[in-house]
Design a protein around this ligand. Sequence first.
Ligand code: PLP
Length: 428
Amino acid sequence: MAGSVSRRDFARLFALGGSAALFADPVWARTAPQAPAFAPGGASAGEAFWKTVREQFVMPADLGVLNAANLCPSSRPVLEALKRETDSVDRDPSGQNRARLSGEKENTRKALAEFLRVTPEEIVITRNTSEANNMVSSGVELKAGDEVIVFADNHPSNLTAWNEKAKRYGFTVVTVPQKNPHPGMEYYLDAYTKAITPRTRLLSFTHLTSTVGDLFPAKELCALARARGILSLVDGAQTFGLLDVDIADISPDFYTGSAHKWPCGARECGVLYINARAHKQIWPSIYSAYPGAVGISRTFESFGQRDEATMIAFREALQFQTKVGRAAIEQRSRSLAQQLIAGLAKLPDVKVWTSPNPSLNGAVVSFLPGSLNPPRLGQALYEKEKLGLAGRGLGDRGGLRASPHFYNTPVEVDRLVGAIGRYLKTGV
Ligand SMILES: Cc1ncc(COP(=O)(O)O)c(C=O)c1O
């Protein structure tokens, strides 16, 4: 499996005697595995391998939270780095120590560049995807007569933001409507192609939608934009840390993501990738002190004082995923999602909004649970079954959303399908 680690490497990676000892919290120390137990073969060893991975998270074994599209837990190495570097600043808030932390932050930039397969000179470390998306919509110079094409299912940070800024700067927003079920990659490629006019300056879309988990033809849409001299913004909040994304290959002008979603990083950290070819086409939104050291970060990352510990812990998250194996993580999460879609499809009256076609989905699964009240079902699943899902409201493609990640298990997915099946018979 590409990017996986050998059994010996894995044992070394998770030999946690040291890290467990660092924590004062006795619960963490107690639950930290002393020696990883899994069959030979590394990532291909199956459930034993994934059990060891799961033990790197402090979530109790009986709590099945399938909500990665919203927020992921941080792994032990991330928590350890966060605690270590936070303590360091409080023990020694000198300029000298902070200079060391700034250097460490640059290592996170390098790790991010490697993770996305781009260069450190193209990376801005932001607070989250919302900030990164807004840095694009505020930073690209647009005026009356210019057009921006967005997708109706974009997150508010990439939809409301464009509409509000259009009011202020006078440009026009053209919205490509969503279609359910996913009508296929060609459909959206065609819809964007038809929406382009000589006035189009930028097209923006979500790589994998947070609503129903529709995957978009990112590479093809970016190529279309490039061929027409149009900028492209890919909102990667739902693919960064889930898919083994290669940004050099997709080649957008801008790609955004959050550490605290699929990468399982520290909260309140994110990324804005700005392709070198677009550096002269965007203005910084914030001017202050403490910029990054290289490339675009020297002008775009002067956010004033920040929490370096978070940014350093972000690097641990990226390294953790790399050690587990990014291709293995993608395969694991997607296979759990397919298991869930297949299980839900067998339940009477359950309407699955997410495409069952694995070339059109990722690991975000939305469904309407028959005649059951979705908020009540969500609450019962949490309180009685220890399963955490997200609500989707009762309106457009409403119901519940489950987004399994590599720390979830096939047993949790079975528990979920089984519980919904029971509630469909008994009511909630
Ligand atoms: C597609 C998409 N974009 C942007 C965001 C915003 O992410 P954050 O709250 O981390 O800024 C989300 C959050 O769910 C999202 O799903």
